[in-house]
Design a protein around this ligand. Structure first.
Ligand code: SF4
Length: 493
């Protein structure tokens, strides 16, 4: 089956921008990385992947792809990738052509300039032992260095994706596939979850710190793997456990074997998964995201209570925290901001005037709810400050008497090198402004951030022995790996 390019201009998609409009044009929110979904041993692997990827759509809206292995037809590879949402890329005919009982799938978000089909995953290669497909969520910190080395040795790269590095490392190794994959994983540094498939094996790996989540479930006699557990609910699979840091699962006709390619150095699941990225109905390490966000809101109220008439949350990620804040304080929770879920692909040009209109297309303040009220507005983070200012101004224009902004994360001061698309440090407002200066800049009556300790407590602790170690580097600058401040830190998927 051939790949088809469904080229789209880079436009507002409802959650973030595609090509043609810069990152800071309307919403300066952080960007999801990618989502991966794997199936092993189920006759409808492509259908399950479709529904699984659809549940992970919030992690990447730019491209989607599925590769299957048909064990009833000489372990043949079938694949299809396209630009756009899962429901736009696939239809029944395409899924029917993806026969097989094993599959890996991917949804991708990428930074500007990389929006092309060649980078859509799963990436598929021919090597000496047959076919090889790779799908990743995350970023390889030392990919540029390995890539240079491989190119010097004669490798020709087909994409600008970091993911290709692992394929070349495997293909160049004289060792058997499993050993080659293990050694390749040992060479790379970063935050990642890998699904690697050949004609007869599926490998599942998490980085040695568990920065990017990946969970395992069962459906019938088969196994499923997903960046988030919400996909298991969608397809009727039963959650089994999270894939452990440094773990390597090998699935083939003999069943599943649990192996390791690295010891756990320090558990460091991305804190922003709990705060912002993951869906509220997902669990990470046994922690439900909605419940954790509610506790963040409760903790904010304990740390920074402000007397007000109503509490509102910036949809969608801050609704749970706003409910928690309201429960803790007794201040009524209200729907003061409504998100228009049907903005779709709007042809907004990045002029100042249209940027402001763009905010109104995406979010509306409910005048009858906020007019004359002292409002506590809960949000998950402040990146550059432009989004917060626009939302505060929306509420003021709708008649809010006071707007108190409370943030469910500590100040976001440092960029991410593990697959979250963040601006450079100098563009992160908390890295160069005090809280009071930020308050003035976003036009709020008061501003408070959740403390580091309060955040950690809300999630359930930061105790590596209890499976809950977190990366907090964007708040405390303590990166779990060596990072190169000058490197390209964009998502490597
Ligand atoms: S630096 Fe921040 S965004 Fe990146 S993995 Fe760590 S916690 Fe997550």
């Amino acid at each position: 089956m051939s790949n088809e390019v469904i080229e789209k201009p880079r436009l507002w998609t409802g959650n973030h921008y595609n090509e043609g409009i810069g990152r800071d044009d309307i919403f300066d929110k952080l960007r999801e990385e990618c989502g991966v979904f794997g199936v092993f041993g189920h006759p409808n692997a492509s259908d399950l992947s479709y529904y699984g990827l659809h549940a992970l759509q919030h992690r990447g809206e730019e491209s989607a792809g599925i590769c299957t292995v048909d064990t009833t037809d000489n372990n043949k590879f079938n694949s299809y990738r396209g630009m756009g949402l899962v429901k736009e890329v696939f239809d029944k005919d395409k899924l029917d052509m993806l026969a097989g009982d094993r599959s890996i799938g991917h949804v991708r978000y990428s930074t500007a300039g990389e929006s092309k089909l060649a980078n859509a995953q799963p990436l598929i290669f021919r090597y000496r032992d047959g076919d090889l497909a790779v799908a990743t969520n995350g970023n390889i910190v030392n990919a540029p260095e390995i890539r240079r080395e491989l190119e010097m040795a004669g490798s020709i790269f087909q994409t600008s994706s970091d993911t290709e590095v692992i394929a070349h490392l495997i293909a160049r190794s004289p060792k058997d596939f499993e050993t080659a994959a293990k050694e390749a994983l040992q060479r790379i540094v970063g935050g990642f979850a890998f699904l690697i498939m050949t004609n007869d094996k599926l490998l599942v790996a998490s980085d040695p710190h568990g920065l990017r989540p990946i969970a395992m479930g069962r459906i019938g006699d088969g196994y499923v793997f997903s960046s988030e557990t919400c996909a298991f609910e969608t397809i009727g699979a039963e959650y089994m456990r999270d894939v452990q840091p440094g773990e390597l699962l090998v699935l083939d006709s003999d069943g599943m074997r649990q192996d390791r390619y690295a010891e756990v150095e320090r558990r460091a699941t991305c804190a922003m998964e709990y705060i912002y990225f993951a869906r509220p109905d997902s669990d990470i390490h046994g922690i439900n995201i909605h419940s954790a966000r509610k506790r963040m809101g409760q903790q904010l109220a304990i740390e920074s209570f402000v007397d007000a008439d109503i509490v509102i949350g910036v949809p969608d990620s801050s609704i749970s925290a706003a409910i928690g804040y309201a429960e803790q304080t007794g201040i009524p929770y209200e729907l003061g901001l409504i998100k228009n879920k049907y903005t779709g692909r709007t042809f907004i040009q990045p002029s100042q005037e249209l940027r402001e209109k763009g905010v109104k297309m995406k979010l509306s303040a409910v005048r009858k709810v906020v007019e004359g009220k002292r409002v506590v507005m809960i949000d998950d983070s402040i990146v550059r400050g432009t989004t917060s200012r626009r939302i505060v101004n929306l509420l003021r224009e709708a008649g809010a008497a006071e707007v108190h902004v409370q943030i469910t994360s500590p100040p976001f001061k440092n960029p991410c090198y593990y697959g979250i698309d963040t601006p450079d440090r100098k563009e992160l407002i908390a890295s160069y402004r005090t809280v009071e200066e930020i308050r003035k800049e976003i036009n709020a009556d008061s501003l408070a951030f959740l403390s580091d300790e309060g955040f950690v407590e809300s999630v359930g602790g930061n105790d590596g022995e209890h499976n809950r170690g977190m990366c907090l580097a964007c708040f405390d600058n303590d990166y779990p790996t060596v990072v190169d401040e000058n490197s390209d830190k964009s998502c490597g998927c």
